[in-house]
Design a protein. Structure first.
Length: 281
């Protein structure tokens, strides 16, 4: 009798095939969006909250804010949209921390997919989530009297700047979601930092009326550059800038692009390193 070698396992085409990075990301984005469909209450922050913000600031607080020669409702909408896009980092941070804490990321690592696909998919899902809020806010703004006065091209470019800035904010969310250990910690840290940053800008009030130190911070705030760019692109400004305004407000479109690219270049390596360290045994 002769011993024969054990048969080797030959994977089928379906078993041996590895999905392309695009298909990996698409599958994970679909998985994240399915969660939203099954838990529609997750959309309250981009459906109900924007409407509440618009109504409160336009009709409640707006009555006590007098900016001569300006319709405050039109002047306000770009600021609330910039705030909503800034909060996209909060969404990705909570989602990523939840996935890591529940072991979802560990399960995904056991599959033949790249580690980066998890981060990219979570970021794109959060960006889609925030863009839905921008759409809802735009429709709400039309009902309260806001509109774009400068044409379709400049209007679309303004929305492009929102997406570009939101992309930069996602890296903050990935960094926070990878560094913090619980959803409660993410909520506490992100709320205590994002709210002061968004309100210490020109989103809801003019920096000229602030104390000198706060005015300097507000004028150099990246959110202020984005808000000013949107107001100029959409024709919602109506207020000439003071001669001593900071450079980001004098050239807001260029400043927004530079802020977005600069923040991404600095934060992306830190976020990837933090995620790799957190998810490596």
């Amino acid at each position: 009798m002769t011993a024969s070698a054990p048969p080797t396992f030959q994977p089928t085409h379906a078993q041996g095939r590895t999905a392309s990075p695009v298909r990996q990301v698409a599958a994970l984005v679909r998985r994240n969006l399915i969660h939203i469909r099954r838990q529609p209450e997750m959309l309250t922050d981009v459906t109900i909250q924007p409407v509440i913000f618009v109504v409160l600031f336009a009709f409640v607080f707006g009555g006590s804010i007098d900016i001569p020669g300006v319709d405050y409702k039109e002047w306000l909408l770009p600021g609330i949209m910039a705030q909503t896009m800034t909060f996209s980092c909060f969404i990705v941070a909570v989602g990523l921390t939840s996935d890591i804490g529940k072991g979802i990321v560990d399960r995904l690592r056991s599959l033949p997919i790249g580690r980066s696909a998890v981060v990219v998919a979570r970021s794109l899902s959060s960006l889609i989530h925030s863009l839905l809020g921008i759409v809802v806010m735009s429709v709400t703004g039309l009902f309260v009297g806001w509109q774009i006065h400068t044409g379709a091209a400049r209007g679309l470019f303004g929305y492009f700047l929102l997406i570009l800035f939101g992309f930069a904010m996602l890296w903050i969310g990935i960094l926070a979601g990878s560094a913090l250990r619980s959803v409660e910690a993410v909520q506490g840290v992100m709320f205590s930092t994002l709210f002061p940053v968004t309100f210490l800008s020109n989103a809801f009030a003019q920096p000229e009326g602030m104390p000198p130190v706060l005015r300097t911070i507000a004028e150099w705030n990246p959110i202020s550059a984005l808000v000013q760019a949107l107001r100029e692109l959409w024709g919602n400004d109506g207020i000439p800038l003071p001669a001593d305004a900071a450079l980001p407000l004098q050239y807001p479109v260029v400043a927004t692009v530079l802020w977005s690219l600069g923040l991404s270049a600095v934060l992306a390596p830190l976020a990837v390193r933090a995620f790799t360290r957190r998810t490596t045994d």
